[in-house]
Design a binder for this molecule. Structure first.
Ligand SMILES: [Zn+2]
Ligand SMILES: [Zn+2]
Length: 377
């Protein structure tokens, strides 16, 4: 890698300050309008004290890092964004602010879920991706804004997604109630239920995933996910809203119909959240024989490869066994990583969040106008 290219060097201090300053501002807004901006389910997972401490750390770090960047005269505008947003957050009450009383509202946004999830994902993945990268690249690589927009949308509308998924699943499940089977599954130990749940959910996911690849109108939605040209922890967020709801419903359906205990389902939800991010991460991990047992980053990276031999194989997200059973297993070449990622016909998927959101609904003729300008590497 040539270190001295024409592009000016980015200051870590400035960008971190901007991210933390803006996050603190959003955090203070969550304290002011909890009933509107925070999701009831996620709020139950953390304490007010925890949110307040996190906010204080964010504010101090944004001020310190931003000031250092301004003094060093690097990325001053970005650094000032951090300092000014942190200042605004302090003016709005800062870390000593009281939670406003929460009235019950039918709908709320998951702004707290977005801020806290982004903070911890970045905290964990940015350093380990730097240490174990398949390809050395900045977290602010091409199209990071697009992927952040997807991350934002899937978190902020968490409640709406949950409502849509629960409603569609419950409607179908009502036709398939099977009390005796449910009772026998609930009598199993939780860890057995968990393993069974992973198997059933992954089978449902992989069957739908294969349909996405083989049915043209479904592919248009899934092509958005495959349009990422850079793979990292954030790239996995790029999923069309229609795909999010369809996939989550079809994965939840067997779990509801079969009546797994909530402990087993919750453990599954944690696993899928973790493995979905890990599978896309820019992590050079070679697991040897374990790659036959569990889906690893390499397994899923090859599913995203711009390589005709691997485009329609390896649909599982947890267990390669599912692909073996479906006849769609193709072991990636040992210890190798794909040379390039993305859809085979780059011109079919536009760049940017909104063009990608509309793309599946438009006629094919308009696709040419969106030929990715960002992908000229
Ligand atoms: Zn796919
Ligand atoms: Zn993927």
């Amino acid at each position: 890698m040539s270190a001295s290219t024409a592009a000016p060097r980015r200051s870590w201090f400035a960008y971190l300050s901007a991210a933390l300053g803006l996050a603190s501002l959003l955090g203070v807004l969550c304290f002011h309008f909890p009933e509107l901006l925070t999701s009831r389910d996620f709020r139950a997972a953390y304490t007010e004290e925890f949110a307040r401490r996190l906010l204080l750390i964010g504010l101090i770090a944004a001020f310190v890092l931003g000031t250092v960047a301004v003094l060093r005269n690097t990325n001053k505008r970005v650094a000032l964004t951090g300092v000014v947003s942190a200042g605004l957050a302090v003016l709005l009450g800062g870390a000593t602010i009281q939670f406003d009383a929460i009235e019950s509202t039918p709908f709320s946004l998951g702004l707290d879920w977005f801020v806290i999830s982004l903070f911890f994902s970045a905290l964990v993945f940015i350093p380990i991706e730097k240490a174990m990268a398949v390809r050395q690249m900045s977290p602010l690589r091409a199209e990071w804004r697009t992927d952040l927009a997807y991350f934002f949308m899937s978190h902020i509308f968490v409640q709406f997604i949950l409502i849509a998924v629960t409603a569609s699943t419950a409607t179908v499940a009502a036709f398939a109630a099977w009390p005796s089977l449910q009772a026998s599954i609930q009598s199993l130990p939780v860890w057995v239920q968990f393993l069974l749940a992973v198997f059933c959910a992954d089978l449902a996911q992989a069957l739908l995933h294969r349909a996405y690849h083989n049915i043209p109108w479904l592919w248009r939605f899934h092509a958005v996910h495959h349009s990422s040209r850079n793979m990292d922890w954030l790239a996995g967020s790029r999923v069309h809203a229609v795909e999010i709801i369809l996939t989550r419903s079809s994965v939840l359906l067997p779990l509801v119909v079969l009546g797994f205990s909530s402990a087993a389902v919750n453990a599954y939800v944690i696993l899928v959240g973790l493995q979905a991010v890990l599978a896309h991460a820019n992590l050079r991990l070679n697991f040897g024989w374990l790659e036959y047992l569990l889906v690893t980053p390499r397994y899923h990276h090859w599913h995203h490869a711009r390589d005709a031999a691997y485009v329609d194989v390896n649909y599982a997200i947890h267990l390669p066994l599912i692909d073996m059973l479906m006849g769609t297993f193709k072991r990636p070449p040992p210890a190798q990583w794909p040379a390039e990622y993305g859809v085979m016909k780059l011109e079919t998927v536009p760049t940017g969040f909104w063009p990608q959101a509309w793309m599946p609904f438009r006629s094919k003729k308009t696709f040419e106008q969106f030929v990715g300008q960002d992908d000229t590497r």
